[in-house]
Design a binder for this molecule. Structure first.
Ligand SMILES: Cc1ncc(COP(=O)(O)O)c(C=O)c1O
Length: 463
């Protein structure tokens, strides 16, 4: 067995004994012996990926295997065959089954705490609209605050503008130190942010905490931050865990937030687009609604979300099929997660060693993605440079990877350096089951070539 098989599929045992029991992911009641997925099977499952392209950006859009796409097609046909029957007898039950699978995976108390929505952006609208309404209806004082990380996802920041600041709320942004060496650095900054949020007698109505930030990517000590929020009297906590399910273990009870969203189409192999939103039963605001109002308005978020008008619900219905897919791998989704973590670190270290740079955070603060410093000789000095390099790598080298610009601090302190200067560019690499060593070698060689040819970002073509 070669290294790559190990990376995709655990050890070489061709039998495994984990549960196929939907919704009871942690419990193995009836061990079944089924053949593990093989290398050719994995390649076949992802054979729709554009050949010759190094897709090392699973983090942005995820991936969906052929067997799950086939299951999705079956649901679509089932609906088209007999829509009345599907609507009255099948849809609601199917969605409940998917929600039940999720409940088992995230250790929720009750399936009624789980709604399926399109994506993390929709979940943010759900949570922020109820905050906006409370401002608009005078339940909150003007200038009461929302606290979040400065690198919160752009769509979430825009939603705050649209729903909260417009209605009179104010926002405090907590700087995420980067590169970083320990979670203490984040905790310290977060506490400062909460202090700021409470200045002049204001109340913090909502804290938004990413579980894994998008750019730069860092696994945030989310349980600890939620606890601090509780101690500091924050009303509600919303965890934006868009990248979490399938890349880190989730225990919503342990985390203890009011709202927790994760996309299922990023690291959990669902087709686009589906996410779960967990709303803790005991949360203080029952005024939670889907932004698209339809027949089920007022019947609770899970039911509201299960019918928001005529549309394709198949992505929400394939969750049990995804479980079947991941259970073909050694250790199921947990095994996939562990191997992705190990492999992305290994690949990240290889790249940083060959470029003479650094990794952006310690191993325990990474999941299936890691930030790798780019040689300072590329002179990546702005957001525009970052997007030029990204475009150039895609068009001229067939490498799909997001690039981050990290401004160096004015005092020059805290940033990482290579032999030529301060590192202000980072690549976010992902590892998913379909990736191979060649994908990362292709990326490594592309960067080495640009450096060798004395290219700097400004001069790079993108078409
Ligand atoms: C942290 C974070 N939040 C929210 C989102 C938005 O996800 P979606 O586009 O599926 O709504 C993303 C997507 O990358 C993300 O990384």
């Amino acid at each position: 067995m070669d290294q790559e098989e190990e990376s995709r599929n655990g050890d070489s045992t061709h039998n495994h004994s984990h549960s196929h029991n939907h919704g009871l992911h942690h419990v193995s009641k009836k061990p079944k012996l089924a053949p593990l997925i093989t290398e050719p099977d994995i390649s076949a499952e992802f054979s729709h990926h554009q050949p010759g392209v190094a897709r090392i950006n699973n983090g942005s859009f995820g991936s969906c295997p052929k067997s799950v796409l086939a299951a999705q097609r079956e649901w679509q046909l089932k609906y088209l065959e007999q829509p009345d029957d599907f609507y009255f007898n099948t849809l609601r039950k199917g969605i409940l089954k998917s929600r039940t699978v999720i409940k088992g995976l995230i250790n929720a108390d009750d399936v009624d705490e789980i709604s399926l929505v399109d994506n993390a952006t929709t979940a943010a609208a759900i949570v922020l609209q109820q905050i906006g309404r409370a401002f608009a209806e005078g339940k909150f004082n003007q200038n009461d605050t929302v606290v979040m990380l400065h690198c919160a996802f752009q769509a979430v920041k825009k939603s705050i503008q649209a729903y909260v600041t417009r209605a009179g709320g104010s926002v405090v942004e907590v700087q995420l130190p980067f590169p970083l060496i320990s979670e203490e650095e984040i905790i310290k900054e977060f506490k400062k942010g909460l202090e700021k949020g409470k200045e002049n007698g204001k109340r913090i109505r909502l804290a938004i905490i990413d579980h894994i930030t998008s750019m730069p990517c860092v696994v945030i000590p989310v349980g600890k931050l939620v606890k601090i929020c509780r101690e500091e009297g924050v009303d509600q906590v919303f965890v934006d865990a868009a990248h979490a399910i399938g890349s880190v273990k989730i225990d919503v009870k342990e985390i203890g937030a009011d709202f927790y969203v994760s996309n299922l189409h990023k690291w959990f192999f669902c087709p686009p687009a589906v996410a779960f939103l967990h709303c803790r039963k005991s949360n203080s605001s029952p005024d939670i609604h889907h932004p698209v109002v339809s027949h089920e308005f007022g019947n609770g978020l899970p039911i509201e979300s299960a019918w928001i008008g005529t549309r394709d619900y198949s992505a929400q219905l394939v969750v049990p099929s995804v479980l079947d897919f991941v259970n073909r791998f050694e250790g199921g989704i947990d095994g996939i997660m562990e191997r992705n973590h190990e492999q992305v670190l290994k690949m990240g270290r290889k790249l940083s060693e060959s470029w003479g740079t650094n990794l952006g955070s310690p191993p325990e603060m990474c999941a299936g993605m890691v930030m790798v410093g780019l040689p300072s000789r590329l002179k990546l000095l702005s957001e525009e440079d970052a997007s030029k390099l990204r475009g150039h790598l895609r068009v001229y080298f067939g490498v799909e990877v997001p690039i981050h610009y990290q401004a160096s601090k004015e005092d020059g302190e805290g940033g990482a350096r290579d032999k030529d200067g301060i590192i202000t560019g980072y690549a976010r690499i992902s590892h998913q089951v379909y990736n191979t060593l060649e994908d990362y070698e292709k990326f490594r060689n592309a960067i080495l070539r640009l450096v060798e040819e004395k290219k700097v970002c400004k001069m790079l073509l993108t078409e």
